[in-house]
Write a protein that binds this ligand. Structure first.
Ligand code: IPE
Ligand code: IPE
Ligand code: MG
Length: 237
């Protein structure tokens, strides 16, 4: 058995990988294309990476698709991103065929009504899929998620003394999902931009200058290999 095969079988796969899909606009600008062209290629890239994660046996993939702050962008760009999302949700056959389960993180109340219906339908249609679970973070903000959790906790009537870290985790958008072991951000930015701020407490970060539409399965493999070389101490020795 070659070294490559040995590495692949013995390595430790993160159970949950999260990706900040950034750099679509710059990718388009480099090619003198409208920013929206970058979003189109970026959305195709998402499908390719999700299929690959499923193939290699990752259990959870969370992708940051649209933040609570991204509404500040020009209307035309926001509309295009929502249209791409709509196209993706109308065609979930492909995803179900791959045995991928789709779920969403974020505030649905802020989303267009027809999209909320499509999101609910996609979750329902794929709920029995047993392969990868992909969480798409849309109209998602980590602070918004925490504010939402605090409101729910207060409404639950629990006493202040009873509130623990687990109480907060249990009121997040996906309480049943483990925290991501690995968070990937392409595009040369070194920040979280309000992504999974609670869940990222002990995540390993992996950055790359590659822009999201150029991100490849090789980059993902490199991130996983680097993750395998990290020494995670969780505050211990
Ligand atoms: C990420 O790419 C997609 C969204 C935020 C919706 P960007 O659109 O942020 O691309 P850059 O960062 O401007 O290159
Ligand atoms: C984060 O990227 C949001 C998504 C990738 C969806 P941004 O491009 O919005 O982040 P900033 O503005 O560079 O921090
Ligand atoms: Mg960006």
């Amino acid at each position: 058995m070659g070294i490559f095969k040995k590495n692949r079988t013995e390595r430790n796969l993160p159970r949950h990988i999260a990706i900040i899909m950034d750099g679509n606009g710059r990718w388009a600008k480099k090619r003198a294309l409208p920013r929206t062209a970058g979003h189109l290629v970026g959305s195709k890239k998402f499908k390719e990476i999700a299929k690959y994660c499923n193939k290699i046996g990752i259990q959870y993939l969370t992708v940051y698709a649209f933040s609570t702050e991204n509404w500040r962008r020009p209307k035309e760009e926001v509309d295009t991103i929502m249209d791409l999302f709509r196209d993706y949700l109308k065609d979930t056959y492909d995803i179900r065929n791959e045995n991928i389960r789709v779920r969403f993180l974020g505030d649905r109340k802020g989303m267009p009504d027809d999209l909320v219906e499509l999101m609910n339908a996609a979750e329902q249609d794929s709920k029995d899929c047993t392969g990868l679970t992909v969480f798409i973070a849309v109209n998602y903000g980590g602070r918004d998620e925490l504010a939402h959790a605090v409101r729910d906790i207060v409404n639950s009537g629990i006493s202040a003394q009873e509130i623990t870290e687990d109480t907060i985790s249990a009121h997040l958008y996906a309480p049943d999902c483990p925290d991501p072991e690995l968070i990937i951000r392409p595009s040369g930015e070194y920040r979280l931009s309000n992504f999974l701020i609670w869940q990222a407490a002990y995540s390993e970060f992996w950055y790359s200058d590659v822009l999201w539409p150029d991100f490849s399965t090789k980059d993902l493999e490199k991130a996983i290999d680097d993750f395998n070389r990290r020494n995670r101490r969780f505050g211990g020795v």
